[in-house]
Ligand binder design. Structure first.
Ligand SMILES: *Cc1c(COP(=O)(O)O)cnc(C)c1O
Length: 360
């Protein structure tokens, strides 16, 4: 892919950048540049470019605004102590976006083009990659949307893929403390044949009302059950779940079309096995959660995803009952897995799985 480049005429100055990187928050500050490439059936992917970051103009009839034909990804660039900059399993994000795009009837961006686009943006905005202290990183958001001006309902004949980036501190303000969960029995995230395993804005749109309910109940996040029986635990709005048993077994709900196949989730399967644990991917009922905590069989629960990495799960609230947190603070294995993952990402541990990709 040929990428043209127009440098930002007024990049953020060093003093302001230092201020932002000292306390980046999450998703509020954006780098000096963005990547764009367009697709049409006639020309395929074309006009790849790095340009100054800024608003884009969309016709009010642009298809994505009406029918939500879009997909996205979330990944991070990490600075190692020697100053080098790396991404984590970018081919996995590229492959997942291709899969999501097939589900949304969007064109596939070739894996190597996806990785090249992310590399090009991170290289252009290298000074925005924070130092590794405090586990800060550069959050990268590739996304693809139906950019044709047309109100008819059919797959868009003009598609835009973009990459933007935003320096990131800790996802949850207040650091690593257990998140409380609200169990929704009214709303579901995804049904059989739906798009639960595609990373698409629509899944998030449909989760927000349940998330709102969670906030109203004093909870941080919402947990969804399967749509068919309302029996099995699926995932949170944007994170996968893990349960640790007293005998060392680790269980995560099997992804079978309705659960997003998290790259963090997949990596933790490998890490947990490496630490000598048996990992079970299977159906996990809400009763097993309630009973397992009550009997003491479940000793730790955690959620995982790129943005928040690994986060301990505390109390589960639902209408008329509450299941206590299995541990008061961060469980032992939760902490070990988190550390093992973060150490690889920040270059403090050997990358035996060959997960890291050097950007510069
Ligand atoms: C992105 C996402 C995850 C986590 O995936 P990672 O690749 O680990 O970041 C989990 N669930 C949903 C619904 C998601 O969109």
């Amino acid at each position: 892919m040929q990428i043209s480049s127009t440098p930002a005429p007024q990049p953020v100055d060093d003093a302001r950048l230092a201020e932002i990187l000292a306390d980046p928050g999450f998703g509020t500050h954006f780098t000096d540049h963005m990547f764009t490439v367009e697709w049409t059936p006639e020309k395929g992917w074309h006009d790849a470019r790095i340009t100054p970051y800024g608003p884009i103009t969309l016709d009010p009839a642009t298809a994505v605004l009406h029918y939500a034909q879009e997909t996205f990804e979330g990944m991070k660039a990490y600075r190692h102590e020697d100053g080098s900059v790396w991404t984590f399993r970018p081919e996995a994000n590229a492959a997942r976006m291709a899969k999501s795009s097939r589900r949304l009837a969007l064109p596939e961006l070739p894996i190597e083009d996806f990785v090249q686009a992310v590399d090009a943006l991170v290289q252009a905005d290298e000074r925005w990659v924070p130092g590794s202290e405090g586990e800060k990183s550069l959050y990268i958001r590739p996304f693809m949307f139906a950019s044709e001006k047309f109100l008819g309902v059919r797959p868009s004949q003009h598609v835009t893929f973009m990459v933007i980036a935003s320096p990131a501190g800790s996802y949850f303000k207040g650091g690593l403390k257990p998140v409380t969960l609200w169990l929704t029995t009214e709303y579901t995230r995804a049904g059989k044949g739906g798009m639960g395993d595609a990373k698409t804005g629509g899944n998030y749109a449909s989760s927000l009302v349940a998330q709102q309910e969670a906030y109203a109940q004093g909870c941080d996040q919402v947990v969804f059950l399967d749509a068919q029986e309302g029996t099995y635990v699926e995932e949170l709005g944007g994170m996968n779940l893990y349960f640790v048993f007293k005998d060392g077994r680790v269980v995560t709900p099997a992804t079978s079309g309705t659960i997003l196949e998290g790259i963090t989730r997949a990596s933790i399967i490998e890490l947990a096995k490496g630490l000598g644990h048996t990992v079970e991917e299977r159906k996990f009922s809400i009763d097993e959660w309630r009973d397992g905590v009550a009997s003491g069989d479940i000793v730790e629960i955690f959620a995982c995803g790129t943005a928040a990495v690994v986060t301990p799960v505390g109390t589960l609230k639902e209408a008329g009952r509450e299941t206590a947190a299995p541990t008061a603070e961060t469980g032992e294995l939760t902490a070990r897995i988190r550390e093992a993952l973060v150490d690889i990402q920040f270059g403090r541990a050997e990358d035996t799985h060959h997960w890291m990709h050097k950007v510069l």
